[in-house]
Design a binder for this molecule. Structure first.
Ligand code: PRP
Ligand code: MN
Ligand code: MG
Length: 182
């Protein structure tokens, strides 16, 4: 694992807990999409680890595709301004689509993405997220698969960054305040 030095405040969700939860979600998804042709849509960059682990835990044959959107830039607060940096390569018309995210914070990114993908007329559209912050939500979103509900703290690791760092931590941790308060 990466050396966190003094930047890590505490481990919120361990690697073992994360991996066990991903396997649980995969079992549900296997059951729910049995006999269907599923497309996983990972939201870059944060969802890379979740997609990689989830896809390998599924027994269903799935396709994967990626969208890159960004609403945070280098800060710690969601701006609500969503930009498409990379669109899907796949035509999702009549496809069963499962959006995979690392975290739902304000919900602004996903609410925008849901509208965008819905307009392309998929056969079905659901969401799987590793983490959700119930106290930070600004737009209600119905999410079918949730790993963990977590407190409203700035979290890093397992794909989640602070200013593009810490994504490669295999666990979810909180950042020591000195890192972002200067
Ligand atoms: C983060 C995270 C989610 C989104 C959640 O992505 O990965 O995609 O913010 O925030 P919201 O619910 O408040 O919209 P970010 O925009 O930081 O891009 P990244 O995945 O490349 O880090
Ligand atoms: Mn993201
Ligand atoms: Mg980010």
């Amino acid at each position: 694992a990466a050396d966190m030095g003094k930047d890590l405040e505490k481990v919120l969700i361990s690697e073992d807990e994360l991996q066990a939860k991903i396997k649980e979600l995969a079992a549900q998804i296997d059951a729910d999409y049995s006999g269907k042709d599923l497309l996983l849509v990972g939201v870059l960059k944060g969802a890379v680890m979740v997609v990689a682990d989830l896809a390998r835990s599924l027994h269903l044959p799935v396709q994967t595709d990626w969208m890159a959107v960004s609403s945070y830039g280098a800060g710690t607060k969601s701006s609500g301004v969503v930009r498409i940096l990379k669109d899907l390569d796949t035509d999702i018309t009549n496809r069963h689509v499962l959006i995979v995210e690392d975290i739902i914070d304000s919900g602004l990114t996903l609410s925008w993405l849901l509208d965008n993908l819905k307009s392309r007329n998929p056969a079905s559209l659901e969401i799987c997220t590793a983490l959700r912050k119930p106290d930070a939500i600004k737009v209600p979103i119905s999410v079918k698969y949730v790993g963990f509900d977590i407190p409203n703290e700035f979290v890093i690791g397992y794909g989640l960054d602070y200013a593009e760092r810490y994504r490669n931590l295999p666990f979810i941790g909180t950042l020591a305040p000195h890192v972002y308060s200067g």
